[in-house]
Design a protein around this ligand. Structure first.
Ligand SMILES: [Fe+2]
Length: 612
């Protein structure tokens, strides 16, 4: 009998699919990369087709389908929430309820029906796992640790908003959980909303804004909004939040506490938003640290695994590592709900007798999170030739050397190699790269290439062997989910004289020898790159170091603002031509912008891409 388990997360946001064979992750991808709708919540039909194709399998070969949450339990929570909020919630109830009846309440049946409609063979049994069990399984089972404390922190699934688990060998046992509406993810999202960003995607922007502000509202948050206990458990004062009553996160209560109405989306940012971001970030880190300490005490473990949307808060992750509560911290790269597909599949696989065979390798089981579609050089060449696109073909070493020279000359490079990343970050398979030593690079990449807000920081990718030369980080960070400070030796003395600059003006101060990836608080969101997990990217960083002496590159996702990361060579070429990317590397092919034919499209393509 087959050991293949197909995991699915769908119908909320970031629909995704993962296919596992025992504890081996065969393939995993988010549906948005196929449909080109960011955070697509639709049934992930194309991701299912892709994952099965990657395994050379049909549904007949799949032993079971694992759905990432329990729809019946979630339905009861939603019902109870609305019932408790009536009459305030009546309008919200009316708007949302038919959707629930139609799909979400019977998500298991919807999944079965949609799978049957794909015509890929008979649908095996569909099993539902709880939302936090899926997160916990995604955090522990692929981790490199034999045993660990496992913390899951997010908005909400069924009832759980925060959960602690104890992973030992092939077992994962629940220890404790906190319930809705008391949710750290919801607290963070409330401030995301209040600062004019989109809930469930703008949290990253809020985190990026925090270093520009001072946490002058942190005490108000502690006094009024959250009752935080020593063990990290907490309760929110629901009088200040609207998410039980309506379709918005905050209302008058927030306005009174935080000096007026919420910022309107896309309007100018003010000191207040910087300070709100700094304040909620400070409180979030406090909660996460207390939870981590409690996790250590409850389990007695020396390693920690993290998942759930809050585990994408890499600033909090960096603090957890710095405080040395644990000897090692591993974060699931798809820590948000997309990763639930993988966790549900692994949970079912382990129940059915799979063992964690990867433990002997010393590596995690995520293969650098490069788990999506790849394109062979023959496919890429056929596309380029058909479209009449000029290119140079090079062997891999020559390609890395040539690309390094272009980067060293200040060129921006679109870098497309091998299998696409699973999870929200680009890790060197679908990335836009630049020279971090160049002081103009940050604003140039934000404004001319990504078409996004100037304050948004960029992340460095560094050769794993050189990480401590540049960053104060003593463990690997292969998934760009840990923020660490720039090493003292790389800081510039001028940065200390920048005390007068305020708000976004602080961006203009050059703080280190790698200014394009140094945030205003002297931190960076580090990705360590190993030869084992990503040989092509490792080769390029090695070549760049040989060319310049610097083993660091700016690494940002291959897309423009509001668009999902590119999946195919065609999408990469389109993004290359629409932006000021100078060089495109597709597999073994190098394309120069100056050689390309004129790019013409009807209308302004930016009108088609919604703002994020
Ligand atoms: Fe979640």
């Amino acid at each position: 009998m087959s050991d293949l388990i197909l995991g699915i997360s769908a119908y909320y946001h970031d629909s995704a699919v993962a296919l596992v064979d025992g504890d081996t992750v065969v393939a995993a991808a988010q549906e948005e990369r196929f449909t080109r709708r960011r955070h697509d919540a639709a049934f992930p039909a194309q991701a299912v087709e892709y994952c099965l194709r990657e395994a050379g399998a049909t549904l007949k070969d799949v032993a079971a389908v694992a759905y990432y949450e329990d729809p019946a339990l979630k339905f009861r929570r939603v019902l109870a929430t609305y019932a408790g909020a009536v009459p305030f919630g009546a309008a919200s109830f009316r708007d949302t309820f038919p959707e629930w009846i139609r799909r979400k309440r019977r998500a298991g049946e919807s999944v079965r029906r949609e799978l049957a409609g794909l015509g890929l063979g008979p649908v095996p049994e569909v099993l539902c796992r709880r939302h936090h069990e899926s997160h916990a399984a995604s955090a522990f089972f692929p981790s490199p640790y034999e045993s660990a404390a496992v913390l899951c922190i997010d908005g909400v699934g069924e009832w759980a908003t925060t959960s602690l688990w104890h992973g030992r060998g092939d077992r994962l046992d629940p220890v404790a959980e906190l319930h809705f509406p008391h949710s750290l993810g919801m607290l963070y999202s409330a401030f995301t909303y209040f600062c004019g960003f989109k809930v469930d995607s703008g949290e990253y922007k809020l985190m990026g804004l925090a270093p520009y502000g001072t946490p002058r509202y942190a005490d108000v948050i502690r006094e009024k909004l959250i009752d935080l206990k020593a063990d990290g458990s907490f309760r929110l004062d629901m009088r200040y939040f609207e998410y039980l009553r309506g379709q918005v996160m905050t209302g008058r209560g927030f306005e009174k506490l935080f000096d007026g109405p919420r910022r309107l989306p896309e309007s100018a940012l003010s000191e207040r938003e910087f300070d709100l971001a700094a304040s909620v970030q400070e409180v979030t880190e406090e909660v996460v640290l207390r939870l981590a300490r409690a996790a250590q005490q409850f389990t007695g473990e020396t390693r920690l695994c993290l998942a759930g949307g809050v585990a994408l808060n890499c600033v909090a992750n960096g603090r957890t590592i710095r405080e040395e509560i644990f000897e090692g911290v591993w974060v699931q790269p798809a820590a948000g709900d997309a990763g639930g597909a993988l966790g549900a599949a692994l949970a079912v696989a382990m129940e059915r007798g799979a063992t964690r065979t990867h433990l002997g390798t010393g590596h995690d089981a995520m293969s650098g999170s490069l788990l999506g579609p790849a394109y062979r050089d023959e496919e890429i060449q056929a596309y380029l030739d058909d479209a009449g696109i000029p290119y140079t073909r090079l062997d891999r070493d020559a390609l890395a050397a040539r690309t390094a020279v272009e980067l060293a000359q200040g060129k921006v490079v679109g870098w497309f190699q091998d299998r696409m990343e699973f999870g929200p970050r680009a890790l060197g398979a679908r990335s836009i790269l630049g020279d971090p030593r160049n002081p103009e690079m940050q604003s140039a990449m934000n404004l001319k290439i990504k078409f996004r807000e100037s304050f948004r920081p960029f992340a460095p990718a560094v050769l794993d062997s050189d990480v401590e030369e540049y960053f104060q980080l003593k463990q690997e960070s292969p998934y760009m989910l840990v923020v660490a400070d720039i090493a003292d030796a790389r800081r510039l003395p001028a940065a200390d004289d920048a005390g007068d600059a305020r708000g976004l003006d602080r961006l203009k101060v050059r703080r280190s020898t790698i200014p394009a990836v140094t945030h205003v608080d002297m931190s960076a969101r580090v990705q360590t790159v190993s030869e084992h997990a990503n040989p092509a990217f490792h080769r390029l960083l090695t070549a760049f170091k040989a060319e310049t002496g610097c083993p660091v590159l700016v690494n940002t996702s291959f897309n423009v603002r509001g668009e999902p990361i590119v999946r195919s060579p065609q999408e990469a070429y389109t993004c290359f031509m629409r932006t000021r990317i100078d060089v495109l590397v597709l597999g073994g092919f190098l394309l120069l912008k100056d050689d390309q034919p004129v790019w013409a499209e009807d209308g302004d393509w930016r009108d088609e891409i919604p703002l994020d």
